[in-house]
Design a protein around this ligand. Structure first.
Ligand code: UDX
Length: 466
């Protein structure tokens, strides 16, 4: 089938290449000429495992091309996928739909044959209905373009696999023709028995924000338990393991630590709360404000813990942050909890060095005030405190003995509860993590001021990063 994929960010570029991989003739479209030049030359504009090979294969097959021209897209596509960003509006919690609207406005006047426009971006419920009348108004007389919604659930770091082997396909359609078209697009996945849920557009739009809200809630739930564990001298990791054995709960997304970030979860729960408010259903999802607040609080708690471990003052303290991206296996630094903590430590006077295996360049662009690099030993040279804030597998393989010889004081905060603490302690490191008691009475006594400080943050949640 002839498909266009409009918007070639993390979602669109991967979707376009995967659609070519399963045999479609795909045209990727973006307003960013530099990005289109990179993609056309087989250079991924972002780091995503497996994507570079897939892109090379798709380009070589002749089934994937890129353009900046929406007119060309209008002529090419039987199905047009909208994959542009829906960021948070400046000064509001709501989603900014200007890029989605711009695609429709740019595409509709050039359509010359019936087609299906399929949104994949995460949008407020009601968007399909709104875009349907917008297209009808802008398309040439007699040209019928139907709008459907087909949310994307891919995770960065697993984007290729999630797109080629999704857990489920959800389509919000208003006609049998649209349903049949989408079944043809996804025929190889359906042949592999992927669950296919056909519903109305409003429900399809809601499935996506509900899924992300649930995931965010699960993370904030375990981080709330970490706060209680700090108050009670209990261990949140053992707690999560024990909860996870209950198959109704499951262990996934119960990793306590610095909390969630990235281009999706934070802005999606805020946009959902804002949209529910508009619909008069605000109280039903008011808990999402708390989910957000608990999440932000883990950043303040980590900064506070760092300050206490350094004797109460960060001025000129040499601090190293391991990890800049919002999660491992991605170079995405959008709303990265690790970078937010690094920036706050810097603001409070610390000399901060940030290490990341893939995200250092993007981190430097976002935070020019921070030193960001890809060499671990240089980043850790002379450090008085190391904070492990993004759980790249790379860091689990670090030799704590070797690192102890490079730093000035072997002190570690494990903000992701992902390092082998016993090994680090055996190598002479003082280790502290949110929601975890110190293992010995002696260490507990020396950690007491830090634990007190963490209790204070829970007691006055509105304080924000100190
Ligand atoms: C998310 C959804 O998972 C995906 O389905 C949707 O399409 C887009 O948003 P993504 O943002 O790529 O995907 O990352 P995800 O793996 O969900 O992690 C989100 C954040 O939560 C990361 O910052 C991660 O570090 C954090 N997280 C995740 C935790 O803090 N604890 C956990 O247990 C799991």
């Amino acid at each position: 089938m002839r498909l266009t994929v409009i918007g070639t960010g993390y979602l669109g570029a991967v979707h376009a290449a995967c659609m070519a991989e399963i045999g479609h003739d795909v045209l990727g479209v973006d307003v960013d000429a530099a990005k289109i030049a990179d993609l056309s030359a087989g250079r991924p504009p972002f780091y995503e495992p497996g994507f570079e090979d897939l892109l090379a294969r798709s380009l070589a097959s002749g089934r994937l091309r890129f353009t900046t021209d929406l007119r060309e897209a209008a002529a090419h596509g039987e199905v047009h996928f909208i994959c542009v960003g829906t960021p948070q509006q400046a000064g509001s919690q709501a989603a900014d739909l200007r890029y989605v609207d711009a695609v429709v406005d740019g595409l509709a006047p050039h359509l010359s044959a019936p087609c299906l426009v399929v949104g994949k971006s995460t949008v407020p419920v009601g968007t399909t209905v709104r875009l349907t009348s917008r297209i009808a108004r802008l398309a040439p007389p007699g040209v019928r373009a139907e709008v459907a919604w087909n949310p994307e659930f891919l995770r960065e770091g697993f984007a290729v696999d999630d797109t080629l082997r999704p857990d489920r396909i959800v389509t919000g359609v208003t006609s049998t023709e649209a349903d049949e078209t989408l079944r043809r697009v996804y025929a190889p996945m359906l042949a592999a028995d992927t669950p296919y849920i056909r519903t109305d557009p409003n429900t399809a739009e809601l499935v996506k924000v509900a899924a992300n809200s649930f995931l965010a809630t699960k993370i904030s739930f375990i981080n709330a338990m970490a706060e209680v564990c700090d108050a009670a001298e209990a261990d949140v990791v053992t707690l999560a393991d024990a909860l996870g054995h209950d198959t109704r709960i499951g262990r996934q997304f119960l990793n306590a630590g610095l909390g969630f970030g990235g281009g999706c979860l934070p802005k999606d729960i805020r946009a959902f709360a804002a949209r529910a408010q508009e619909l008069g259903a605000g109280p039903a999802v008011a808990f999402l404000d708390q989910v957000d607040e608990i999440n932000q609080r883990q950043r303040s708690r980590t900064v506070l813990l760092a300050r206490r471990m350094l004797g109460g003052d960060l001025t000129d303290a040499r601090v190293t942050v391991l990890g800049a991206t919002f999660k491992p296996n991605s170079d995405d630094v959008r709303d990265s909890p690790a970078l937010a903590v690094a920036a706050e430590l810097h603001r409070q006077g610390a000399q901060v060095r940030v290490h990341d295996p893939e995200g250092a360049a993007k981190a430097s662009l976002a935070h020019p005030e921070l030193w960001c690099g890809e060499d671990l030993l240089t980043a850790c040279q002379g450090a008085e405190l190391v904070l492990h804030l993004t759980e790249w597998s790379h860091y689990r393989e670090v030799d704590p003995d070797k690192l102890a010889r490079v730093v000035r004081t072997p002190r570690l905060i494990d903000g992701r509860n992902a390092l082998p603490h016993d090994e680090w302690r055996a190598a002479g490191w003082t280790v502290k993590a949110l929601g975890r008691p110190a293992p010995s009475r002696e260490e507990r006594r020396s950690a007491a001021p830090a634990v007190e400080a963490l209790r204070a943050v829970i007691a006055s949640p509105a304080t924000g990063p100190e």
